[in-house]
Design a protein around this ligand. Structure first.
Ligand code: M6R
Length: 614
């Protein structure tokens, strides 16, 4: 939700922190701030709005070069986005500067308690309670790390905290619960951050912190304990991607870059996961085959685009495995007492691996003794760590708030899982699985083909730039593609957009059709799909009522020609694989339209990349 960074080392901390915030701005951009320690004093600069505002403040009133600093980019929860509510927060006694990602659920009670001790608050944030509390503890003479542990034991909710004490300019202390924190270890320098992208420029050696851990960083190294002060186990890892993956590489937007990275992202996700004869090989799935054979229900749980990827996967998984597969929005799943047993397989999908609703769903499922497999793009994130097994998608860092390559690789990974389950359950013959696997493996060049023919979508965006409402229709796997296409437009072009199952049209939504309304229609493959003709009829129905039809149909499908105002050709693939191609022009169209409207495509209003609070 928010991005946080702390630095201790010989470089100018101010510059390292601002560079790190820039890379994490996708996590929240309501306000930004930093604090350094200079000659025993905490100096703070913070501003509402994007990091550019903070940079202007720093230009007007520079901070000195120091070797320690902390910084924060905020997605507001408690308290409006303002200078005063921006982080870092300094305790009233001046002993602590602190940054926070998450929500402290019991902040009101703590605030009352602290106010009774004459502590005066200056912001409306939940975070300030932690800063004030920590300030009191260190003023009582408690060691900084002990004080942090004491505070953490009192806090409820989700938090990553980083604190510095002006009397200890060679030390910073951080803690985490239900919110991410990684430590970067360079040559004589240390970083703590929400995300490795904050320090990838300086080091690829990282340590992943576990749940309820505190890290004490000094010039001599890092010490990790649990909240009780007991030494804790950590997981060192090397970041496998480099700085260029987290940069725009000449593109105007990360989103556009990520759209064009999709052939590679899908290829990387499939790589090494099947044998030359098309058998699935998911070595990372450490769930015994016997246990998988007992599975009698699959529940896919996810949010947003990941949920739509799950909806696509349902069609394939049920078709291949003959096991009932439900797909649920994580925030609904957890609170409706779902029926989960030991023979339920819960599959969670999350690009970030941090989404709070999905994480809570995992915890709930595991309490009911279900097995949980995570499909995730972020190595070592909380969601894969708390699952029984993980299938990583290899999309590389996704920075644009609107998911693109994340979605496509999630669909690919779900398909790998579905085929693997069919192999284990014996619901498909080996040659049938191999045929699908080989077709799936052949999709990256076809995605490239789609990317090579996107020009008409640019023109279309120019034509539709003043539209107030856009509809998307699809059937079968085309339906979630319609939903995902509509979500892209809502998120970044702030346009009313709705996706409908085309067959449902006559049951209500057709009343929305009026003269000139643009309707995108995803047409199933011709001749090989029983729904093709029905969707062609749906196009005629909306066109007869004045709709402007943008038809996505496969090459050689001439039946649609008379009813399409705009025709976008998709390479020929079987129905289940069509989403991997059909979503691409819709992503590109949304990106184009938002660009034309002058919106910030990578940082759309009100959103943040990962939603780490419920
Ligand atoms: O990181 P996750 O995949 O768990 O995120 C889930 C959703 O928040 C995410 O897909 C969101 O809907 C995107 N902004 C969609 O573009």
């Amino acid at each position: 939700m928010c991005g946080i960074i702390g630095y201790l080392g010989p470089r100018p901390a101010r510059d390292v922190v601002v560079a790190g915030l820039r890379r994490m701005e996708y996590r929240g951009y309501d306000s930004a701030g930093l604090a350094v320690i200079d000659h025993g004093r905490i100096l703070v600069r913070k501003r509402a709005g994007k990091i550019a505002n903070l940079e202007s403040a720093l230009a007007a009133e520079p901070l000195p070069d120091t070797e320690i600093g902390i910084g924060h980019t905020r997605w507001a929860t408690h308290g409006v986005p303002s200078d005063v509510n921006a982080h870092p927060h300094v305790s009233g006694n001046g002993r602590i500067a602190l940054i926070h990602n998450g929500i402290i659920e019991n902040f009101a009670a703590l605030r009352t308690e602290l106010e009774a001790q004459d502590v005066v608050f200056s912001s409306q944030t939940d975070t300030e309670t932690a800063a004030q509390y920590l300030g009191l503890e260190v003023a009582r003479g408690t060691d900084l790390a002990d004080a942090m542990r004491a505070v953490c034991r009192r806090l409820e909710g989700a938090f990553t905290l980083v604190a510095i004490d002006p009397t200890q300019p060679d030390r910073l202390v951080a803690a985490r619960r239900n919110s991410p924190l990684v430590v970067g270890v360079g040559e004589g320098e240390f970083f703590v951050a929400s995300d490795v992208s904050a320090f990838i420029e300086f080091t690829r050696s990282a340590i992943e912190l576990g749940q309820d851990q505190v890290v004490d960083v000094t010039r001599d190294g890092v010490t990790v304990t649990d909240f009780q002060g007991q030494p804790a186990e950590t997981h060192p890892f090397e970041v496998t991607w480099d700085l260029s993956a987290a940069e725009k590489a000449g593109y105007d937007w990360f989103m556009r870059k990520e759209i064009f990275e999709q052939p590679k992202a899908v290829a990387d996700t499939l790589l090494g996961r099947f044998t030359p004869d098309g058998a699935l090989k998911l070595d990372e799935l450490h769930i015994p085959e016997d246990e998988l054979r007992r599975i009698d229900k699959i529940i896919i749980v996810a949010c947003g685009s990941a949920y739509y990827a799950g909806l696509v996967a349902k069609y394939a998984i049920e078709h291949w495995t003959r096991v009932a597969c439900e797909v649920e929005i994580a925030s609904e799943f957890r609170y409706r007492d779902p029926i989960i047993t030991r023979t339920t397989l819960v599959v969670t999908i999350s690009q970030s691996g941090e989404t709070a609703d999905t994480l809570m769903a995992i915890r709930h499922a595991r309490e009911q003794h279900a097995k949980v497999i995570a499909i995730c793009n972020t190595n070592g994130a909380t969601i894969p760590r708390e699952s029984d097994a993980v299938i990583y998608t290899y999309a590389g860092p996704e920075i644009g708030v609107a998911s693109t390559k994340g979605f496509l690789t999630q669909v690919a990974a779900c398909y790998l899982l579905g085929l693997y389950l069919a192999q284990v359950l014996g619901t498909k013959f080996g040659d049938e699985i191999a045929a699908v696997m080989h077709e799936l493996a052949a999709t990256p060049p076809l995605i490239q083909k789609v990317l090579d023919r996107l020009e008409p979508m640019r023109e279309l965006a120019r034509r539709l730039v003043d539209q107030r409402s856009v509809l998307f229709l699809g059937r079968h796997v085309g339906y979630p593609v319609a939903l995902e296409g509509a979500l892209k437009l809502k998120e970044i072009a702030y346009l009313h957009a709705e996706g409908f199952p085309a067959g449902e049209l006559k049951h209500g939504p057709i009343a929305l059709v009026e003269e000139g309304i643009p309707i995108f229609v995803i047409v199933p493959p011709q001749g090989r799909d029983q729904l093709h003709d029905k969707v062609v009829s749906n196009i005629q129905e909306v066109r007869a009522r004045g709709a402007y039809t943008i038809v996505l149909a496969e090459e050689d499908d001439t039946e649609v020609d008379p009813y399409a105002d705009i025709l976008f050709r998709l390479p020929r693939v079987s129905t289940l694989l069509q989403p991997l191609l059909a979503i691409v022009p819709l992503q590109f169209f949304a990106c184009e339209l938002a660009t034309l409207k002058g919106y910030d495509v990578d940082q759309p209003r009100n959103l943040a990349k990962s939603v780490t609070v419920e």
